[in-house]
Write a protein that binds this ligand. Sequence first.
Ligand SMILES: [Zn+2]
Length: 262
Amino acid sequence: MMQEQPHDTIEELLGVYALDAVDQHERRLVENHLSRCSLCRNEVDEHRDVAALLAGEVVEPQPYVWDGIISKINATEPRAVAPVVSLESKRKTPFFSSTRWVTGVAAAVVIGLSTGLITQSQRIGDLTFLITEQERQITALAATLEADPLEQAVAAALADPAAQIANLTAEGSNQTMLIVMLPDGTGYVYQSNLEALPTDATYQLWAVVDDKVISAGVLGNQPVLVPFHIDPNGLQGFVITQEVTGGVPQSEADPVVGWIKA
Ligand SMILES: [Zn+2]
């Protein structure tokens, strides 16, 4: 049993069908539908008439059509604006086979055809969209599987029992920053609720080592995950300051948050 096709689906195919440009499967679908739908049968007939015209069988309009036009024009009083050309003589010229008339029909056919073509290219467009969407999903999946190397490094550091966690805070403030640091001095800012700074400002990380304050890294204006490396020997604490973009070699700013090793 052939699947019932909705009228709309078949209608899109009628122009192509009338031109014998459908494949066997489409032909069966269309003919199955035509056997039950007089609307579509009429449309195919019209398409075929137009196709026949385009193929060179230019059918002259019925004489009465032209006669009707002439009688209407004759009924109007000619105005003395332009010389009135004898319509009788004009009629004897091969007006109906003139390119102007045929061009009109050809244009009608081209419009009919391109409607079919648009439908086809729309289908190809839909298909392309589907493929693009699938590619996007695959890319997203792959990205999830091979997570950001930095995230993986932080996760590994946090899982390392030898790692040290520093919770940077400030009195009278709810801003905090968490740092995980491995024994070799590799560290990561991995959590922060510091307020975002303007783009011309940055947070800067300082390590207090042997009573000296050493820059450990410029963290950007909204630090989330930031790696750094310091010499872990003699580490006494961490301090965060707010500086101009790019950071400074020595800070005179007040600490935003800090941590002192117990
Ligand atoms: Zn139909």
